[in-house]
Write a protein that binds this ligand. Structure first.
Ligand SMILES: [Zn+2]
Length: 273
């Protein structure tokens, strides 16, 4: 079987070693994991999740009277926080997820990338996606890279025209650097071909699959004083209980099939001592 997320992580290591714009990235602080996504359904191929953002400023929800505009009630104070994800002794800053098997079947001919890669093979669309997600890592501050427009303002959706062009440039630079085909050749096969060649496609996922570490809300305890001039009723905030810390023990290997996936039992794991 091919461990697809591991192969992507190894390829990413080679990319950040060869592409100067991405050389600041420490792959020890990036985790690649799999999410479910069918090839015949719409949806993202990959996503960059930042788990190193500091906690938000304290805030609260409030309700106003439509007539008078006065606050009628508010929620307790809360903050939003990033989960803590550690692998061994390293804290993870960014997680990059790939939807499987959809990503294996990404094609140049079906995407707007085609115009940038005339004459290039289909699998370069996947390389473009991988570089794209790495480019979301911000070199200066925790968070997703903000793209500056020509007028100095920032694009709301963190892409903007230049983002895509920069990615194309980096992809071409990587290919021109003459990397070892053994590092990237798995990209040339679609899901069916990989399954036939390798006997299956597996990837690292969280035990809680399909859920994975996400930013969460925490009610402040003790509660700060009421905001100045606000005397309305305070309602308790009901927040779902979620896991907030994750380690390598929370990772499992799943096999991805065309329409479903299943967790693999690690050999020896449940053998009695
Ligand atoms: Zn993006």
């Amino acid at each position: 079987m091919i461990n697809y997320t591991e192969r992507i992580a190894l390829l990413m290591e080679d990319i950040v070693a060869r592409v100067p714009t991405l050389s600041f990235i420490d792959m020890g602080r990036i985790m690649v994991f799999g999410r479910a996504g069918r090839s015949d359904a719409e949806g993202a191929y990959a996503t960059c999740h930042c788990v190193c953002l500091p906690a938000s400023e304290p805030g609260y929800y409030f309700w106003r009277d439509r007539g008078t505009g006065n606050l009628t009630r508010r929620s307790e104070w809360f903050v939003t926080k990033s989960p803590v994800v550690t692998i061994g002794t390293k804290q993870i800053d960014y997680m990059i997820s790939f939807t499987l098997p959809r990503f294996c079947d990404q094609m140049m001919s079906r995407s707007r990338k085609q115009v940038h890669y005339e004459g290039q093979p289909n699998w370069v669309a996947k390389l473009d996606t991988i570089v794209h997600e790495l480019y979301h890592v911000d070199p200066e501050r925790p968070g997703i890279r903000r793209m500056e427009r020509a007028d100095g303002t920032y694009c709301a959706n963190s892409h903007g025209h230049r983002f895509f062009e920069d990615v194309v440039e980096m992809v071409k630079l990587y290919i021109a650097s003459d990397p070892d085909p053994a590092v990237y050749d798995f990209l040339q096969y679609d899901f069916e071909e990989l399954t036939a060649r390798c006997g299956g496609v597996v990837g690292s996922t969280f035990r809680s699959f399909p859920s994975y570490p996400q930013r969460f809300t925490e009610v402040l305890n003790p509660q700060p004083a009421a905001p100045e001039g606000v005397t309305c009723r305070v309602e308790p905030l009901k927040v779902p209980r979620v896991m907030t810390r994750f380690t390598e023990d929370d990772l499992v290997i799943r096999e991805f099939l065309p329409h479903t996936s299943r967790q693999l039992i690690r050999r020896g794991k449940f053998v009695a001592a």
